[in-house]
Design a protein around this ligand. Structure first.
Ligand code: KIV
Length: 269
């Protein structure tokens, strides 16, 4: 397993620069625990994102706004223990980067927990916090477009960039984060032509989620990919497995075997 002291600052930045130059697409998925992160690493995923989507798909919160730094550090530690090769990207949760000093302090906590780089939501509005993190030498990933931490103000998970004003805001945010030195930008729920425009405009790699096919890479919440969280699924997701269905089937078969025979292995070879 990766040693805590071997955090690869230079590796993280160089990784992003090499990928932008070569055009090789970046593959990212979320993981919040040791076995999932280890499987993603073994499958060759480039970036394991310990996202604050943790709050919804693991902790059972209504949205991501209740997630705490303690929870993010706990799950970053667990996921990082499973990763030998991929980059571990830690997410700063809602309310954890209100000032530049607080942003740096909490970014350092995620790094101490095993993150190679950190991410937070927003563009020009959080530029002082972003600049402070980058000045502290911590590889930084931006997140613009639909911002789940602002879902309550926004009144839902809405597509971004449809109006000219919306498009201009996204481009301005992307350029500001790029100029500040962000290695990568997550583009969430941005209409495809605007996501493509951002991708061409910035040096940072763009990692899309629900933003079309023209980004430098893609990220998904693992539970959406695997169909293991059937109670809420964004419209752009097409699951590649049915973990929820398979779990129900196996648990019901086990319960039936135990109730009917007392043998948990009844009916199995
Ligand atoms: O928290 C998360 O999983 C994320 C992705 C939606 C990009 O930020």
């Amino acid at each position: 397993m990766r040693a805590q002291e071997s955090i690869r600052w230079d590796h993280s930045v160089k990784f992003f620069q090499d990928r932008k130059r070569s055009g090789e697409r970046v593959v990212s998925l979320t993981a919040y625990d040791f076995p999932s992160a280890r499987l993603l690493d073994e499958a060759g995923v480039d970036i394991v994102l310990v996202g604050d989507s943790l709050g919804m798909v693991v902790l059972g919160y209504e949205d991501t706004t209740a997630v705490t730094m303690e929870e993010m550090c706990h799950h970053t530690r667990a996921a990082a223990r499973g990763v030998e090769r991929a980059m571990v990207l830690g997410d700063l949760p809602f309310g954890s980067y209100e000032t530049p000093e607080e942003a740096v302090q909490n970014a350092r906590r995620l790094v101490a927990a095993g993150a190679d780089a950190v991410k937070l939501e927003g563009g020009i509005a959080v530029l002082p916090e972003v600049e402070a993190i980058i000045a502290d030498g911590i590889p930084f990933v931006g997140h613009i477009g639909m911002l789940p931490q602002h879902v309550r103000e926004e009144g839902g998970y809405k597509k971004k960039g449809k109006s000219e004003a919306g498009r201009a805001r996204i481009i301005a945010d992307a350029e500001a984060l790029d100029a500040a030195g962000a290695c990568a930008l997550v583009l969430e729920s941005i209409i495809s032509p605007v996501a493509a425009e951002v991708t061409h405009a910035v040096d940072a790699i763009t990692i899309g989620i629900g933003s079309g096919h023209c980004c430098d890479g893609q990220v998904l919440v693992l539970h959406d990919l695997l169909g293991s969280f059937p109670w809420f699924r964004p419209g752009f997701v097409r699951p590649r497995a049915d973990f929820a269905g398979e779990t129900l089937r196996a648990v019901r078969a086990y319960a039936h075997a135990v109730r009917e025979t007392g043998n948990p292995n009844e009916g199995l070879p």
